[in-house]
Design a protein around this ligand. Structure first.
Ligand code: APR
Length: 247
């Protein structure tokens, strides 16, 4: 290990691509969710006000798919959990995914910026609770008893992502920023790499199936399926290879 070594924080931004090999479709790939469903019909607050049943049916079905697939973490999720356990410094996963695969793999410091599957929020009283129940426009809030105000606690287009203060604080402390399996098309997550690059001595690495629109902002790119490229890259990180004076 280099003598100047000290444990810089590491932030890993994950997107749908890391869960693809666990059987969960991405959004913008040719076979992705948004090629089959019009996102304006199901993933905006306007859609909710226009047709609650359509929006809720979509998420009821999506949750069913998660369960039906009996999804389990893959080698990429496992490698990140190992990193958190073995690395001497702070490791923060910022995920755009609503699936529980990082936690299932054993990661603890996970910020779900777009919400979590299985959480429900009441639009009337803001109560958030965990439940696997299907929602309908007739569902009743267990707290305030409002009817038709329950929705999945996930972030729709046009809404403010969650945990942003914590996320930017972690970004400002990190020495290594890794983006895995995200197309870089949705902000603010797509802007995190630019945010960290404003500081000197931050290394930014992209791991993805192929190049993204943000690729020029990263120092290093590793292309391939996440299960194949993430574990060996994490080995390199644990060996301290990224933390060298030449960058
Ligand atoms: N391994 C690594 N990367 C992969 C794999 C794989 N096996 N399969 C696909 N990818 C890559 C694709 O090349 C693409 O760049 O993962 C990326 C997935 O991009 P998106 O479908 O746009 O997913 P994401 O970036 O997570 O979307 C962001 O958009 O609709 C919203 O709220 C939703 O959180 C989501 C946000």
């Amino acid at each position: 290990m280099h003598e100047d070594f000290f444990p810089h924080g590491i932030v890993i931004l994950t997107g749908a691509g890391i869960s693809k090999e666990s059987g969960i479709d991405t959004f913008r790939d040719p076979d992705g969710l948004w090629s089959r469903v019009n996102l304006e019909d199901v993933a905006t607050i306007e859609a909710w006000h226009r047709d609650k049943k359509k929006v809720l049916d979509f998420y009821n079905e999506a949750r069913g798919l998660f369960r039906a697939a009996h999804v389990t973490p893959n080698a990429a999720h496992d490698a990140l959990a190992r990193l958190e356990k073995e690395y001497a410094g702070e490791v923060t996963i910022v995920t755009q995914n609503i699936d529980p695969l990082h936690e299932m793999a054993g990661s603890r410091n996970v910020l779900h910026m777009h919400g979590r599957d299985g959480e429900i929020r009441c639009m009337a009283c803001s109560t958030v609770f965990t439940s696997e129940m299907d929602l309908s426009p007739d569902s009743v809030c267990p707290n305030c008893k409002a009817v038709g105000e329950l929705r999945p606690n996930i972030v729709w287009f046009g809404e403010q992502p969650m945990h942003l203060d914590e996320i930017y604080a972690a970004l400002d402390r990190c020495g290594l920023f890794i983006a895995i399996g995200t197309s870089g098309e949705v902000y603010p997550a797509a802007g995190f790499v630019l945010h960290v690059r404003r500081r000197a001595r931050v290394r930014a690495v992209e791991l993805n199936l192929g190049p993204t629109d943000n690729q020029s902002l990263f120092h290093e790119h590793i292309y391939g399926p996440a299960t194949r490229i993430v574990p060996p890259y994490i080995e390199r990180v644990l060996a301290g290879e990224w933390n060298r004076p030449e960058w």
